[in-house]
Write a protein that binds this ligand. Structure first.
Ligand code: BTN
Length: 285
């Protein structure tokens, strides 16, 4: 049962707060002025295929608003690299934000790092200590995945939209954990009394909107040091898998554009795609 472990001192209050349906007005009241102003539309669904897919459809159909879609469950939640994102009812936060950007497609990588920093900072503000980042955009606790991010780009006539999809595990059943082929964790295992979903969503949106404004005005430079401080594989031997290709080296953290710097046997390489794993092999490539 989803709510099992959120009972504290014998009272089911947290469980109720997490399962309570969210309403737009309560959420708007929790948003700070700048995010409230920047969000033209907020849509809340009980169930949807994927919050990212819904926004991509709406943009395709002509919507030009900056908007958010939130769902209590997804029937076809999508992760990076074509993976499925398990999205049981109230088991996590499933949220997507669509915004148009004037910057070019190359900026997308840094945007995805800025999103991961925002998620970590919002969860930390709500009491989750010891969180770290894995390039390019995973939020981890004790090297287990707590949140994932899927950015998708959509060009509609002269406008370039980015859909920021955020999934945060709140309470995964043992069955769900078993179905995921990587180490995962959830917020209930990290915070004693997790805040309600609406508070979580508001904190995520507030932090993300503010960081996106900063990124648009000043670029990635102010985020570079923040990322490197929080990167759990920095100065560690890693393996980067990208399709069939594998690269081994020591991670030196990210540069001012958000590329990963890898010290390999052939020198420093700038990495712009792929998935990071801890390396068990010596640096021979
Ligand atoms: C990953 O780490 O693979 C990215 C996971 C992203 C999941 C979120 S949940 C909300 C949004 N809708 C989706 O279908 N995916 C993203």
């Amino acid at each position: 049962m989803l709510c099992g472990s959120s009972y504290t001192n014998g009272t089911p209050t947290d469980c109720w707060a997490l399962a309570k349906p969210m309403d737009e007005q309560t959420l708007r009241n929790l948003l700070n002025l700048e995010s409230e102003k920047s969000l033209d539309r907020i849509q809340i669904f009980e169930e949807i295929d994927s919050t990212n897919s819904e926004l991509l459809r709406q943009i395709q159909a002509g919507s030009t608003e900056n908007q958010v879609v939130i769902a209590s469950s997804q029937t076809a939640g999508r992760g990076r690299r074509g993976r499925q994102w398990l999205s049981p009812k109230n088991g996590g936060i499933y949220l997507s934000l669509a915004r148009h950007f004037s910057m070019d497609a190359n900026a997308l990588q840094a945007l995805s790092l800025v999103t991961a920093i925002s998620v970590l900072e919002a969860l930390k503000e709500l009491g989750a200590q010891g969180l770290q980042l894995k390039w390019p955009n995973d939020v981890l606790f004790e090297k287990k995945k707590l949140a994932g991010i899927l950015l998708e780009l959509q060009q509609k006539e002269a406008l370039r939209f980015v859909v920021f999809g955020i999934g945060v595990n709140i309470e995964l059943s043992a069955d769900s954990m078993e179905r995921i082929d990587r180490p995962v964790t959830d917020l209930n295992s990290i915070i004693n009394e997790p805040p309600s979903r609406v508070i979580l969503v508001a904190a995520l949106l507030n932090r993300l909107c503010r960081n996106l404004e900063n990124y648009e005005s000043s670029g990635f430079s102010s985020f570079e040091a923040r990322w490197n401080e929080l990167d759990c594989y920095r100065m560690i031997d890693i393996e980067i898998q990208n399709g069939e290709s594998r690269l081994i080296g020591k991670s030196l953290g990210v540069d001012s554009e958000g590329s990963l710097l890898l010290q390999t046997a052939k020198g420093i390489q700038r990495i712009n795609g792929g998935e990071v794993f801890p390396s068990l092999r010596p640096l021979t490539e």
